[in-house]
Design a protein around this ligand. Structure first.
Ligand code: NOJ
Length: 802
């Protein structure tokens, strides 16, 4: 069963059946103002912070047919009453003649036809603005004139989203709405919690006269709330109650009599949901977007933004699913993860102190660098501010308040209060940024550490380079019985939480990779002393990994506090972990024979036709000594699920060893575009990567979850563009080192890099997987395989022969 198709020309996915197995969503705007819009028009909108400034109330757990955040009702007279339906399908669920949800770049456009009424509703946030626009065109496609009323509706959340759910006394006593009727007949409904009445006002308005409105949910639904969203009783009345809520569940509903619409005639209704410090302050924006021309301009600006964003890297490979992902959907998802970290999705509900993740955002940066260098730099600066003086990092932080916390480790009193990997990712993010941009002065920028005095002032600052040095120094000293890095509360795998004293091979390898980066950077900066010192650190850890971590056929993953290995053939459960094998290759610690054997073991023991499992066999029962992993049944999430994020590291490792066919097989088997034909099993959106798919130990093998906000986006993009296609930024320029299936004849890439455009054509006449024989730049043969940064704003031809 298919639920839609890709329209590559328009860079959309078009959903043609609203009854998708789970909601399929899109993002509009940014964390500054925006949120998610689901394919039936529901929305979760916030400004700056989903936890502390949430605007619409989207209750994830409600059944999918229910109202969530926003909808639009249309009605016309029928019998003695009204036929009321939603052109978004939800919440009225009427039979439709046409339903299409166009999931586009920063917009969602729902096109539907019910009862001879065609509606096209485009939802988006104009660039840099604090309002969600719904540009709604309602056409009479029936043969007779129709009197149509339109009632757009929003349900508000208290800005403190957690309070909305856990304090049913305070919240309803404080929520208030006011109506501002204008001479034109248009109405602005203002909504706020009492304490913010002079500082922060949500506004909802439209471009057409309003005959009546409602701001109280109970009155709108009718009969003390015993009416339903599917059939609100107030919509059977000629007019709404014009009630300005003094408390309770606040909504905004505006009734527009559109009048008699002739066959073929279209009426345009534009609604705006915004937030400003006062109604007065929101008037300029309200005035602007009541004008259809301005809305169209904003729409065009949005399209131009995405054109620009995507143009930085475009590919033409022999694989259409790869092209589709790399040219549109994967960089788009990287943009989303950069923006939202793990803050707000259908799976991350954005309540409480979750905020942005240190490790998550460090990795997100690496996927978005080519198209968002400025934003990446800003995000790195924020991350550095939550690094502690000792070099380790806080696990999560709120980007508005910059208040940071230790993540889940707070829940276990005796557990270490840091993660062994967080701070090391930042080293990789900074060096990736430098290689992309050449912005070396960034290294000298002073940034405060997280530790504060009593009045909240940072105790100490250091340059970006100092921050990196401290990150390395923390892990250098924070080692256990085998000299391997201590696990802390966890490493990348949040769910293996061993007693203090346990050691992490993941952290050892990540440290190794970070050291390689430090050596390369120091050499490039001409600091041979530092390069030698980091190279010596590298050798020390390499030796320890060599001595202790080889299990015979693969690498172990942890040592617990007693020195017992996990991820070893000697274990009954969790005998082998994917990250245990890929990372010794990424760090360069694994000697060639071990590297080969480790990847063979992944293929033999962890690969399934739907992706590589994170570990196997699954732990079959809760074991507090192992931690969160054992809270999942075997095959789910970290406990033997196909954790996509980690698949990409195996792909990168395969390319390092030169196995182009295997790397591409792994890439293709998790490509979401290839799931379009198996959605009944897969369930999630085929246009973005999910975080995980249930593994083959689970009866529902193949079912995906946690789409959108996952490090998979960044690593899929890096693995494909930098390791399979092999176009990799380096300090000296753009390195070209593909590792592709031998049968490919070649591929083309358009890559913008440090203010020049490179039209790269890779030819593979000998049908090899790896190995570049020659590179020419504008017809001149280069020594080696690095294209220098020309920075002249011009377009250059690069011919590569493998
Ligand atoms: C999801 C988290 O966001 C990510 O940081 C973590 O690495 C994975 N889970 C694996 O546990």
């Amino acid at each position: 069963m298919r639920y839609g198709y890709f329209d590559d020309e328009k860079r959309e996915y078009v959903i043609t059946n609203p009854r998708t197995p789970v909601k399929w969503i899109n993002y509009v705007g940014s964390l500054d103002f925006g949120g998610i819009v689901d394919h039936t028009g529901g929305s979760l909108i916030c400004k700056g912070d989903p936890a502390l400034n949430r605007i619409t109330r989207y209750i994830h757990q409600l059944p999918d047919g229910e109202f969530k955040g926003e909808t639009l009702y249309l009605r016309f007279k029928e019998g003695g009453g009204y036929r009321v339906f939603s052109p978004y399908y939800v919440p009225t669920l009427d039979p439709y003649d046409l339903y299409e949800c166009h999931v586009g770049l920063g917009y969602t456009r729902i096109v539907s036809q019910f009862y001879g009424i065609r509606t096209e509703a485009a939802v988006f946030v104009p660039l840099g603005q604090s309002c969600e626009i719904r540009d709604i065109q309602i056409s009479n496609v029936s043969p007779r004139p129709l009197e149509i009323d339109a009632v757009p509706v929003v349900e508000y959340s208290h800005p403190d989203a957690l309070r909305q759910f856990d304090n049913a006394d305070w919240v309803p006593q404080t929520m208030q709405s006011r109506a501002h009727r204008e001479k034109s007949g248009m109405v602005i409904l203002a909504q706020y919690p009492f304490m913010r009445k002079d500082t922060q006002i949500n506004t909802f308005t439209s471009n057409l006269p309003v005959s009546s409105f409602e701001t109280d949910r109970r009155r709108f639904l009718g009969k003390n709330g015993y009416g339903t969203w599917a059939s609100p009783l107030s919509l059977q009345e000629e007019e709404l109650g014009d009630y300005q809520a003094l408390r309770g569940d606040n909504i905004a509903a505006l009734l527009h009599h559109l009048g008699a619409i002739e066959p073929g005639q279209t009426i345009r209704l534009i609604t705006q949901l915004g937030q400003d410090e006062s109604v007065e302050a929101s008037l300029p924006s309200i005035g602007r977007y009541r004008d259809a021309e301005q809305v169209e301009m904003a729409w065009e600006e949005l399209a131009a933004y995405w054109d620009r964003y995507l143009s930085r890297l475009q590919v033409e490979t022999p694989d259409s699913d790869m092209n589709r992902l790399l040219n549109i959907h994967n960089p788009r998802q990287c943009h989303t993860t950069m923006n939202w970290s793990r803050y707000l999705s259908l799976y991350q509900v954005g309540l409480g102190a979750r905020g942005m993740g240190f490790r998550d955002s460090s990795q997100d940066v690496m996927g978005a660098l080519a198209s968002m260098p400025g934003e990446s730099r800003r995000l790195i600066e924020m991350l550095l501010q939550v690094q502690k003086e000792d070099g380790s990092a806080m696990h999560q932080f709120n980007p508005l308040t910059m208040v940071a916390n230790e993540g889940d480790s707070r829940e276990v009193e005796e557990a270490p209060k840091y993660y062994s990997d967080d701070h090391l990712w930042m080293v990789l993010a900074v060096t990736a940024y430098l290689k992309e941009t050449g912005d070396l002065p960034f290294l000298d920028l002073p940034v405060p550490y997280c530790d504060k005095d009593k009045s909240g002032h940072p105790l100490e600052s250091g340059t970006v380079l100092d921050h990196m040095r401290r990150a390395i120094a923390f892990t250098r000293h924070d080692v256990g019985a085998h000299g391997l890095p201590l696990l802390g509360f966890a490493d990348w795998n949040d769910t293996v939480n061993l007693r203090a004293g346990a050691e992490s091979l993941f952290a050892a390898n990540l440290y190794g990779k970070a050291l390689l980066e430090m050596v390369e950077l120091a050499r490039f900066l001409g600091d041979q002393g530092a390069a030698d010192r980091y190279a010596a650190d590298y050798e020390v850890m390499k030796r320890r990994v060599d001595e202790h971590a080889w299990d015979g056929e693969w690498y172990v993953r942890y040592f617990d506090a007693e020195g017992v290995p996990l991820g070893s053939h000697s274990n009954e459960e969790g005998q082998i972990y994917a990250n245990g094998q890929s990372w010794p290759i990424i760090s360069g610690f694994a000697p060639h024979e071990r590297a080969k054997a480790a990847l063979e073991a992944v293929y033999r023991l962890l690969n399934t036709r739907l992706g590589i499992k994170l570990s196997t066999p699954g732990y079959d029962g809760f074991d507090p000594a192992k931690g969160g992993i054992t809270t999942y049944p075997p095959g789910a999430k970290e406990n033997g699920g196909v954790f996509l994020h980690a698949n990409l590291w195996v792909i990168i490792a395969e390319t390092i060893l030169g196995n182009g066919a295997r790397a591409f097989q792994y890439y293709s088997q998790i490509n979401p575009a290839a799931k379009n034909d198996v959605i009944e099993q897969y369930e999630c959106e085929p246009y973005v990567y999910p975080e995980n798919i249930l593994g083959d130990e689970h009866p529902q093998f193949g079912l995906a979850r946690n789409s959108w906000l996952t490090g998979t986006a960044s690593w899929a993009y890096q693995a494909a563009t930098q390791y399979i296609l092999g176009i990799r930024p380096a300090y000296e320029g753009l390195l070209i080192d593909p590792c592709i299936p031998a049968e490919w004849d070649g591929f083309r890439v358009r890559r913008e890099f440090r203010n020049a455009v490179y039209q790269i054509h890779v030819k593979n006449p000998r049908h090899v997987s790896k190995g570049v024989r020659s590179v020419t730049l504008d017809g001149e043969t280069l020594e080696g395989d690095v294209v220098p940064p020309l920075g002249d704003g011009a377009t250059h031809r690069v011919e590569v022969t493998m």
